[in-house]
Design a protein around this ligand. Structure first.
Ligand SMILES: [Zn+2]
Length: 420
């Protein structure tokens, strides 16, 4: 039996620490690495908790990354090392300061009005999965912040799994490495993780939504930094001389497709271009655009759409200049998962041993696992009970978090059985 009350308390403790990732206009981390002090604070708390559980090697490195080892059961010392990974930071899209989690026991169904802001309503119409969690324990915010279940649900699930394994020495398990990363939400989750030191054969990120899902594909991702240069001059003498980069930028953005190739108009396996941040003024602006697709080769086509929009806009605004610089971010994890053919089947079999069945899903985004997989550590993503991430309407389901703990315990056991 999983200690659900202790798991809930862990989760509530972690979400109260503000770990919002920071990013400045140029996309650089605003205050070194990690980008916010709360990530260090939460990491420190976790090291103390893991040490108190008896994980003697629990430590936080100079980048704020937390690692620890749950030793294997006697006789399973040579089993493959399995890593469980989650990220400490939360999305900068919604404030994560002063989170006041609300626990709703025995959810009766229907829309959830958030207590501090009646305008904020978690609607069944927008979240049909609410129908599946009647009678369960849900956690929301008061409507003024995000919850941070992305990814503190994953963090809580991993720590509770470690606690359960330590308390049940009779339960067989492969050596388990725990890894908590920083700044995942701003694309730097894996920058400072030393995979040799982690020493794992396979890794699972605990950063998926709902219950019983395995993300086996992610987007491939590039970032375009578009620099728009105008000609700045005092407005009083600007006639026929000023070229306003703000107007050029507006025209450029207007040329990007909105009915296709935008996050607002695409779903499932469709890719997109997503301008998500503008900064600057009359003389120069910078626009940051995400390029996303499951098909890595299609990213070049999307970059071409940006470049075409740039060149046509420059013709409309003589004297302006638009530069499009494209940087790779991460690649679809499906491209590298085949290197460890047991990674996904073992996760499916572990769940089947609990009488449940896994749904293989694709994630319209990236995970730390996309990059780990690219670097040679196959890393699918597992469900943790989080829902509607990055939003004040975020919520989590305690019973789904419990399910994830059960899944990890079974998975650690599956990896010490001899492969068929
Ligand atoms: Zn996440």
């Amino acid at each position: 039996m999983i200690n659900r009350q202790r798991l809930l308390e862990r989760f509530l403790r972690y979400v109260r620490v503000d770990t919002t990732a920071g990013e400045d206009a140029a996309g650089q981390s605003s205050a070194g690495y990690p980008s916010s002090p709360g990530q260090l604070e939460l990491g420190k708390m976790l090291v103390e908790e893991l040490q108190a559980l008896g994980l003697a090697d629990a430590r936080q490195d100079s980048f704020g990354i937390v690692t620890a080892t749950v030793p294997p059961s006697p006789g399973d010392e040579s089993a493959p090392v399995v890593a469980f990974c989650a990220h400490l930071d939360t999305s900068p899209e919604t404030s994560g300061a002063g989170v006041r989690p609300q626990v709703i026991e025995n959810y009766a169904g229907g829309d959830l009005v958030l207590s501090a802001d009646p305008q904020r309503v978690i609607r069944v119409a927008d979240c049909p999965e609410l129908e599946q969690v009647r009678g369960k324990t849900l956690i929301t915010t008061d409507g003024t912040t995000l919850l941070g279940a992305d990814d503190k649900a994953g963090v809580a699930v991993i720590v509770e799994t470690a606690a359960w394994l330590i308390e049940h020495p009779e339960s067989r398990r492969a050596p388990v490495r725990i890894c908590f990363t920083c700044d995942e939400e701003i694309g730097h989750g894996t920058d400072h993780v030393d995979l040799d030191e982690l020493g794992a054969t396979v890794c699972y990120t605990l950063d998926g939504q709902g219950a019983d899902t395995i993300d086996v594909e992610t987007f491939s991702a590039d970032l375009a930094v578009v620099t728009v240069r105008g000609v700045e001059i005092h407005p009083s003498i600007a006639k026929d001389r000023m070229v306003n980069a703000v107007r050029v930028t507006a025209a450029f953005l207007d040329r990007l497709p909105r009915d296709t190739l935008a996050p607002e108009s695409t779903e499932e396996r469709q890719g997109f271009l997503h301008p998500y941040r503008i900064s600057g003024g009359v003389g120069e602006t910078t626009v940051r655009v995400l390029l996303r697709d499951f098909d890595t080769a299609a990213l070049a086509d999307h970059a071409q759409v940006l470049r075409r929009a740039a060149s046509v806009t420059m013709e409309d605004f003589p004297g302006s200049r638009i530069d499009v610089e494209v940087r790779p971010q991460y690649r679809n994890m499906a491209e590298g998962l085949h290197r460890e053919p047991r990674a996904v089947p073992f996760a499916e079999q572990a769940l089947e041993s609990l009488g449940r069945s896994a749904r293989k899903t694709i994630v319209r985004g990236g995970t730390d696992g996309s990059r780990f997989t690219e670097l040679g550590l196959p890393t699918p993503n597992l469900a943790t009970g989080q829902h509607t991430p990055h939003s004040p309407l975020e919520w989590a389901c305690l019973e789904e978090m419990v399910s994830s703990v059960e899944w990890l315990v079974a998975l650690a056991g599956r990896w010490c059985d001899r492969p068929d």
